[in-house]
Design a protein around this ligand. Sequence first.
Ligand code: NAP
Length: 489
Amino acid sequence: MSNDRLNPTVVVIGAGMTGIAVVIKLKAAGINNITLLEKGESVGGTWRENRYPAVGCDVPSHAYTYSFEPNPDWSNFFADGKEIHEYFKNVYLKYGVDKHLRLNEGVTSCVYQNNRWTVKTTRNLTYEADLLFAATGMLHKPNYPAIPGLESFGGVSMHSARWDTTVDMKGKCIGVIGTGSSATQLIPELIGTQGTHVTVFQRTAQWLVDAPNHAYNKQDKEQFRKRPWRMKRVRFLSLSVYAQATAALVADDWLARFMHSIFAWNGRRYLEKSIKDPELRAKLTPDYKFGCKRVVMNSTFYPAIQKPNARLVTQGIDRIEKEGVVTKDGELHKLDVLVLATGFDPAAYMRPMEFRGRNGLSIEDAWKKKIQAYRSLLIPEFPNFFLMLGPNSPIGNYSVIAMSEMQADYCIALIKLWQQNRLQDIEVKPQALEQWRAMLKSKMEHTVWSSGCNSWYLDADGDPLTWPDKWKNWVSMMSDINTRDLIGS
Ligand code: NAP
C-alpha cells in the first residue's frame, strides 16, 4: 500500500466496458498501481453474461465504441453481443489492462478504515487501496419474478442473462415471460427455431422503434480504415439522434414536446403498419406515454409474433406449476422451457457485498432513505470511492460508453486535485448531495418518466433513476468540477 499520492494504489471492481475504460484512463493519467478484480471468467461484463440468441446492442456500433478506440471492422450498423464482447477483449489486451486483471475473483467486502480501503475477495485475498472504483454495472443482478410456484416448474427454466446454451430448443414448447429489450431480441430466434411453439406472456405492451440493421461490406470497412472521419461521422450522427431523442423525453420546452410527439407518432405508425390483426395490434398497443419505459429498438419482434407458431398472451400470470404457466383465466400453458426475460434489479449496483464507509457506516444505512450519489458517483462518508454509472446515470437510450468515459475523466480530474493536496479526501459534502437531489427533483416532473408507468427507470419512491435532463446539460455539468461541493476543498 502506497501512501504516496503520486503513486496511489487503486482497486477497480468489474472488468466490463466501464472498468476497462477506467483502467485505461488511470494509466494514461500516470497511475499504474491498479488491481482490476473480476468475478467472472473473462472480461466484458454484460456482453459476457448475456448470451441469449440474437443478443445485440440497439446503439449503433460506431457509437457503442470507446472514443479513443474506433473500430473500422464492425460487421453491422448494430453489432451483436459476441462481436462487442470480442471488441472489449481486444481493447483490454491492446492497452495492457490484462496486466492488472485478476479473473474469477469476486469482491465480498470493501471497508474504509485508517484512511484506506480494505477489499476482500472470494479467494480469501485482501487488497489495500487508496482509491476504489465500483464499475459493477447497472444491470447485472437478474430479477427473478415473484410468481407463485416458479420453483415447481418441471421443465428447463432460465433467465435471459443466464442463458443455457446446451439446451436444444428444436421442437420445444417455449414460454417467455417479458417483452422488454432482451425478450424482443430473443423471441424471434425462438420462433424461428425448427418445430417450436412459443408463448409470450406480456404484462405491459412496449413502445417499439423500427431499427433495421445493415451489414458493412468490405468496401465500407476499407473506407472507414482509410478515412476515419467516416466512422466519426456515423458516430456523430448516431449520437446526435440519440441526444435529440433524450431531449424529447425530458420534454421541458416546446421543441422537446414537439419532438416527443413525432417519436410517438413514429412508434404508433410502425405498430399499425406491421401488425395486421386488429386484436393482436390492440394487445400490443401501449397505454402510457412513449419513452416512459425504455424504448425498445427492434425490427424483428413484430414480424415474428405474427407467425403461426407464436402466441401472445396478455392474461396475467396466476401461478406456475410443474407442467407450465397458469394464467388468470385458468388456462394452463404447457411448456418444456420457460424463459424469464424479466430484467434486472437496477438498484443492486456493487451489491451484494459488505460495503462500509467511515466509522463502519454500511451502504444499506447510507441508502436507507434513498439510493443516491452526487453526480451519480460520490457518496458522503465513502471517501475516495467512485460508483461508476450510479443512480441517475442512464440518459435515455444514449450510449452508456460515452457516459462511462466522461465519468472516468471527471474522477481523474478529482484525483489530480487530490494528488496536488488540494483535496484532503475525495468526498462530497452531505448538503451538496441534498442540493443535487433537489435539482434532480425539480427537473423530474417535466419528464416522461414521471408520467405514469411501471419501469426499471423508476426507484422505490417512483422517482426516475435516469438523468432527468438533456445530454448536453449533463456534459456541461460533468465538465465543471465544482470543488465547493467537496469536503476540505
Ligand atoms: P426489462 O426491460 O426490465 O423487461 C422486463 C420484462 O419482464 C418486462 O416486459 C416486464 O413487464 C416483464 N416482467 C418482469 N417481471 C414480471 C412478472 N413478475 N410478471 C410478468 N412480467 C414480468 O428487462 P430487459 O428486457 O432485460 O432489459 C433491461 C435493460 O437492459 C433494458 O432496458 C436496456 O437498458 C438493457 N438492454 C439493452 C439492450 C440493447 O440492445 N442495448 C438489449 C437488452 C437489454 P412490465 O413491462 O410489465 O414490467
